[in-house]
Design a binder for this molecule. Structure first.
Ligand code: C2E
Ligand code: MG
Ligand code: MG
Length: 573
């Protein structure tokens, strides 16, 4: 073969290689999400790659053409976009602009990278354009829900408690007072039952809007739950007080609420008021005192305002038979733990169990924790009860671990008050040592309310528990959302998406968007996600598709007595 033939062959090979490479790049860019522009400064040309035609109905072939992109965005974003598109004028290498488009609905992200030659002159640049409309709306939704109640537009409970805690911190520093009032619509149940929940909701919303109008610099308000609102005043100058707000509310209630269906509804409210520092020293306790005052007021007739004082509290506690019974129940060991299995979504294998307390009264009736745990938290009996729960669940776990020979996770619910005890961490660790249980097989569940009042103190305890190797999970996530901001800072292992989300995930598109965002966020943060309260196959199928790790709910199993749970364990993992 002549030398020339050899060179031709080499050229053909090179050409083939180049053509293959070209095909490969084309395919890669075509399958990538987004559009790319490659700009060469030397040739002053531009190549279009990727999904360009999905986004724009024009071409750009040379440098000046880039200005066409400025016409596609909303005017207020054009200047920022110009800076980014022509980044080489500043000598910078990379920049990003997120722009609202002309249609005022969609959002695009423009990322630019400029490559400079050895002499520092721009050689070429790549512009990557991506549609981020969905991401933006998810983020906006999540941020909104972190602070506000979607029905009334008032603050949500958790964020409000944080703001109230701040009021109290300031007040304690300067020796001021903070007043709060709980406003409860009288006979709301009759309206809801009689006229339907749509009308009930509209009334709650309209009254919420009115409450919002009363808020100003020193006044905040939240929608506490159903037909109950809470307002707080921190006004050292004394211009506004409970009385002035009460008068404003009274005046408004002389007129009916006009609903969209034409109905006109007159309402009255019962108000309970309490003041820091006289009634209580913390936000949650203060709300609790105002709740007691409403309760007391309602028992004496409606359309009242009742101020909290210690005699109200003693009176209240004295009349609550439940709390007395609780104390006796501790003495008589009338508690029992049930266990609800949790299963991995993909393999359907057992991941662990959650210990759930039940109270068996003298007639062997079961009293559910939602009835007695709040009372136990109120009068402090949760401390001995909680201690018993930790001891009993760890002991039971040690027995099952030995009997069945495989590890799983024992999840234990812990109340805010328990975390506040100085010896909490030591007492958990001592219990694990006593029964020879590995910390990595125990998970403590905390709720957002534990975090909101005193994040730093609880954070330190959680960190310590983690150092011992104990798992931490965030329970009922989504009910308040205020912990969203904490999530990245919290050393947790697991996040439990609350049942209220699972209930409507298939029927409500907003819930769906938020649930998917939560699951994605959990993945990004490398936590494990558990869906609570999964009751049917459709919910399970959907949660599996969106990548939720673990399922807990009646679909797989109700909470089981120890004997029933043993049957499950006997069948193996
Ligand atoms: P949680 O920790 O969120 O527990 C899950 C609750 O959802 C349990 O209610 C469970 O029985 C229920 N559940 C699970 N799957 C389903 C389902 O598919 N459908 C329905 N409708 N419900 C389902 P439970 O046992 O009544 O407990 C209520 C709450 O009481 C618990 O909520 C927890 O906050 C508290 N609690 C229970 N045991 C303890 C305890 O030992 N200590 C403390 N501090 N709190 C506890
Ligand atoms: Mg729980
Ligand atoms: Mg829960």
């Amino acid at each position: 073969m002549s030398e020339l033939d050899g060179q031709v062959e080499q050229l053909v090979e090179k050409n083939q290689e180049l053509a293959d490479r070209e095909r490969m790049y084309q395919k890669v860019f075509k399958s990538a999400v987004g559009a790319f522009l490659y700009c060469s400064f030397e040739k002053r040309t531009i190549f279009i790659l990727g999904q360009w035609t999905e986004y724009f109905d024009f071409d750009i072939r040379e440098m000046q053409g880039l200005s066409k992109l400025l016409d596609t965005v909303d005017e207020s974003y054009a200047m920022r976009l110009r800076e980014v598109l022509f980044l080489e004028t500043t000598g910078e290498e990379t920049a990003t602009a997120e722009c609202l488009m002309k249609d005022k609905r969609s959002w695009m992200q423009f990322c630019v990278k400029v490559y400079y030659d050895g002499a520092g002159q721009p050689a070429d640049k790549v512009i990557y354009i991506n549609n981020i409309t969905r991401l933006r709306s998810q983020n906006e939704e999540l941020t909104y829900m972190a602070y506000y109640d979607s029905l009334t537009g008032l603050y949500n409970r958790n964020y409000y408690v944080r703001l109230l805690s701040e009021y109290i911190r300031n007040a304690s520093e300067y020796g001021h007072a903070v007043s709060i009032m709980i406003i409860d619509i009288d006979d709301f149940k009759n309206i809801n039952d009689g006229q339907g929940i749509v009308i009930g909701d509209e009334l709650v919303q309209q009254f919420g809007c009115f409450i919002k109008e009363l808020c100003e610099e020193n006044i905040i308000a939240c929608h506490l739950h159903s037909d109950v609102y809470c307002m707080a005043i921190y006004d050292p100058n004394g211009k506004v007080c409970i009385d002035s707000l009460h008068k404003a509310i009274d005046k408004r209630l002389k007129e009916p609420f006009k609903l969209s269906g034409g109905q006109e509804i007159m309402i009255t409210v019962s108000i309970g008021a309490a003041e820091y520092p006289d009634a209580a020293m913390s936000a949650l306790e203060l709300i609790n005192c105002a709740e007691i005052a409403v309760f007391k007021g309602k028992s004496m007739g409606k359309d009242t305002i009742h101020y909290f004082d210690t005699s109200v509290k003693e009176d209240f506690l004295g009349t609550i038979e439940l709390e007395d019974k609780l104390k006796k129940a501790i003495a008589n060991s009338n508690f029992i733990l049930y266990y609800q299995p949790q299963y991995y979504t993909g393999s359907r294998q057992l991941r662990g169990v959650e210990a759930l307390i039940r109270w068996q009264d003298e007639d062997s009736h079961f009293i559910q924790p939602s009835v007695f745990i709040p009372a136990a938290e109120r009068n402090g009996t949760i401390i001995p009860i909680g201690k018993w729960v930790v001891e009993q669940s760890v002991k039971q776990y040690a027995i099952w671990r030995q009997q069945f020979g495989f590890p799983f996770i024992m999840s234990i619910n812990i109340s805010a008050l328990q975390y506040k005890k100085d010896d909490f961490v030591d007492s958990v660790v001592n219990t694990l040592n006593k029964y020879g249980v590995s910390p990595s097989e125990i998970e403590l569940e905390i709720t957002e309310s534990v975090l909101i009042e005193d994040f730093d103190a609880v954070y330190e305890k959680i960190k310590l528990l983690k150092e011992y190797g104990i798992r931490i999970s965030l329970d009922d996530f989504g009910t308040g959302f205020s912990s969203l901001a904490y999530l990245t800072r919290l050393p947790i292992d697991t996040l439990k998406v609350d049942k209220t989300f699972i209930d409507t995930v298939l029927t409500d598109s907003t819930t769906r968007v938020i649930t998917e965002s939560i699951i994605h966020m959990v993945k990004a943060l490398k936590f494990e996600s558990i869906a609570e309260g999964v009751e049917d196959e459709e919910q399970y199928g959907y949660l599996k598709i969106i990548g939720c790790d673990v399922i807990q709910g009646y679909l797989f199993s109700k909470p089981l007595s120890p004997v029933e749970m043993e049957h499950v364990l006997r069948k193996g993992k």
